[in-house]
Design a protein around this ligand. Structure first.
Ligand code: RIB
Ligand code: CA
Length: 325
C-alpha cells in the first residue's frame, strides 16, 4: 500500500501536537503539509508550536503555512485556560529552526492538491476557518480532495458551552460553510474524489471523550525517547487540567483520533447523519445539530463518529509515539 497523502490543518494545542506526531510516526500516512489556524491560541502561537513540534521529531522538511488569524465573523476566543497562553504549556523545544512559509495556508493547500498524483485527505483539528476558505476558493480542486476528516462537534453535550464543542464554537460560520458543502464519504467507491461536495467525517466528543490517557500512560512514554518524553510532559499538563476541570481520570487526546481513524478505520464506529450548525442562537451558538434519528428527513451530509475502541486507540498511540526517536 502506498502511504496515504494527507494535509493537517491544526491549532497546536496539546492534542494537535500529538496528532502531528501520530501522523509522522505511521508508515501508512504521508503528511504532505501542515497549516495552522487560530483557536487554542493565537495564530502566531499555533504556527510557532507546529514548527517546533515538527522540529522536535526531525521533520522540518514538512512545509508549514499559517492560515486565518481570526474566525470569519466572531471575535477570536482562545482556550488559554486549557493549553496555556502560548498554546502548548509545558516543556517545549527551543524556537523554531525555520520560519513559517511566507504564503498563506490556502495557497499551500492549493499547491499540495495540484501537485498530488492522487486525491489528498484533509484533516482539520482546530476551528474550520481555513477549511471554509477551501470550500469557498478551491471548489475546482474538490476532485483532488479524497475526504475531509475533522475533530469537532458533538451529537450530545458540548465541552466549551453546554451546547457546543470548542472548534465549532470558535468559528460556527466557517463550520456552517463546510457542512453545507459536505456529503457522506462513499468509501465503497475507493474514496472516489468528490465532484461538487466534500466527503466529510466528523469525529466529535462522543468519540474523543473516550480517547483519554492517564498519568500512567505518561510514565510509560517518559523514557522511550525524545518524542515520548515530550508527549509525557504534554500529558502532565493536559491530564492535570482535565482532572481538575472535569474530575476525569485522564485527558482526552481529541485530535489524535482523526489520524488514528485514518490508520485503522475499524477503531471508530460511525453513522451517516444530517448535521447543521447553529449560527444564530446566543445560548446554543456553534452547536452541531446532528439528526441522529433522521427525524428531519434531510439528507445525511456527514459520517458522524459515535464510539471508539478505546483500548486499541491507546495501544496504537503508545506504540507509535514510543517508536519515535
Ligand atoms: O474540543 C476539543 C478541540 O478543541 C481539540 O481540537 C482541542 O485541540 C481544541 O482545539
Ligand atoms: Ca485542536
Amino acid at each position: 500500500m502506498t502511504p496515504r497523502p494527507i494535509l493537517l490543518d491544526c491549532d497546536p494545542g496539546h492534542d494537535d501536537a500529538i496528532a502531528i506526531l501520530l501522523a509522522v510516526s505511521d508508515p501508512g500516512i504521508d503528511l504532505r503539509a501542515v497549516t495552522t489556524v487560530a483557536g487554542n491560541s493565537t495564530l502566531p502561537n499555533t504556527t510557532r508550536n507546529a514548527l517546533r513540534v515538527l522540529d522536535m521529531v526531525g521533520r522540518a522538511d514538512i512545509p508549514v503555512a499559517a492560515g486565518r488569524a481570526a474566525p470569519l465573523v466572531r471575535e477570536l476566543s482562545t482556550a488559554a485556560v486549557m493549553h496555556g497562553e502560548g498554546g502548548l504549556e509545558g516543556p517545549l523545544p527551543a524556537e523554531p529552526s525555520r520560519p513559517v512559509l511566507d504564503v498563506p495556508a490556502i495557497e499551500l493547500i492549493e499547491q499540495v492538491l495540484i501537485d498530488a498524483d492522487e486525491p489528498v485527505t484533509l484533516v482539520a483539528t482546530g476551528p474550520l476557518t481555513n477549511m471554509a476558505d477551501v470550500v469557498s476558493r478551491l471548489p475546482h480542486l474538490f476532485p483532488k480532495i479524497r475526504e475531509l476528516v475533522i475533530m469537532g462537534g458533538a451529537v450530545d453535550l458540548g465541552n466549551w458551552t453546554p451546547a457546543a464543542e470548542f472548534n465549532i464554537w470558535v468559528d460556527p460560520h466557517a463550520a456552517d460553510i463546510v457542512f453545507r458543502s459536505a456529503r457522506v464519504p462513499d468509501e465503497g467507491a475507493g474514496g472516489r474524489p468528490a465532484a461538487d461536495r466534500l466527503a466529510l467525517t466528523m469525529i466529535g466528543l462522543e468519540v474523543t471523550h473516550k480517547a483519554w490517557l492517564t498519568d500512567e500512560h505518561a510514565d510509560v512514554l517518559r523514557d522511550t525517547g525524545r518524542a515520548g518524553r515530550f508527549v509525557a510532559e504534554l500529558l502532565d499538563h493536559f491530564v492535570g487540567f482535565h482532572q481538575r476541570r472535569f474530575g476525569w481520570e485522564g485527558g482526552p487526546i481529541h485530535d489524535a483520533v482523526t489520524i488514528a481513524h485514518l490508520i485503522d478505520p475499524t477503531l471508530v464506529s460511525a453513522l451517516p447523519m444530517n448535521v447543521q450548525i447553529e449560527t444564530e442562537s446566543s445560548l446554543c451558538m456553534g452547536r452541531t445539530v446532528a439528526d441522529r434519528w433522521a427525524v428531519t428527513g434531510l439528507p445525511a451530509n456527514a459520517l458522524v463518529g459515535l464510539d471508539i475502541d478505546r483500548n486499541r486507540f491507546v495501544t496504537m498511540l503508545l506504540d507509535h509515539v514510543s517508536a519515535l526517536p
